[in-house]
Design a protein around this ligand. Structure first.
Ligand SMILES: C[S@@+](CC[C@H](N)C(=O)[O-])C[C@H]1O[C@@H](n2cnc3c(N)ncnc32)[C@H](O)[C@@H]1O
Length: 210
């Protein structure tokens, strides 16, 4: 194993997940859903805690692993989570309840994210976490930047997409989309961004201007 691979493995292995997150992770894998790795979850929770986030949007509920991590950073926050699969959200609801997050603080919206997001209020959220279908990631970030307040942050999971984003020979739609997103946000004066290689990459984009 290379030095970098062992660093990556250590960054995931060193994190101790709660019993509920471990069970949600197991359930995700049984349903064929890929949950965010522990290092991504912990990093997202730190951003949530550092910004004292009160209102969070998640695109891609899955069975709740990422939502549980987001609420770890700010247990009193309001989480609004969107997923096209009702069955995923039913499992997620059970895990949120088990974790002590009441239903009035976790709003699960079933539907295609691109149908739901335009109906949400701009400048109203502290964090938008993106982890749904990667083909639409640029549109999700555009919506996310509209929804967060100035100083709010859009977090994009899997931004290194299975190692393909860093491979200049990879020209598929998903790799190209993430690459474009990373370079354009780095060059934009309207945001400040950083790409963490933890997990499969976490792109953090903080909105500077209204
Ligand atoms: C990788 S999984 C999310 C995993 C979750 N974030 C976690 O860490 O546990 C992606 C999720 O996005 C949902 N999804 C896919 N396309 C979507 C769409 N167009 N709108 C909303 N959700 C979508 C899938 O049903 C799936 O639950």
């Amino acid at each position: 194993m290379s030095e970098k691979d062992s660093n990556w493995r250590f960054a995931d292995d060193v994190i101790v997940e709660s019993e509920v997150i471990l069970r949600a992770r197991q359930q995700s894998l049984e349903l064929g859903i890929d949950p965010i790795p522990p290092s991504t979850g912990a990093q997202a929770a730190v951003v949530v805690a550092a910004t004292a986030a009160e209102n969070i949007v998640e695109i891609g509920t899955g069975v709740g692993v990422s939502g549980l991590w987001l609420l770890t950073g700010s247990p009193e926050a309001q989480l609004t989570s969107i997923d096209v699969e009702v069955e995923h959200q039913q499992h997620a609801r059970a895990f949120f309840t088990e974790a002590g997050a009441p239903s009035n603080r976790v709003r699960l919206i079933p539907g295609r994210a691109l149908d739901v997001l335009p109906r949400m209020n701009e400048n109203s959220y502290d964090i938008v976490f993106v982890d749904a279908d990667p083909q639409s990631v640029i549109e999700y970030v555009e919506h996310g930047l509209r929804l967060v307040r100035p100083g709010g942050t859009v977090l994009v999971a899997r931004a290194l997409w299975r190692g393909r984003v860093a491979d200049p020979a990879a020209r598929d739609e998903i790799a190209t989309g993430f690459r474009t997103l990373i370079t354009e946000t780095a060059a934009s004066g309207a945001v400040i961004s950083a790409l963490s290689p933890a997990g499969d990459g976490l792109l953090q984009i903080t909105k500077l201007t209204p």
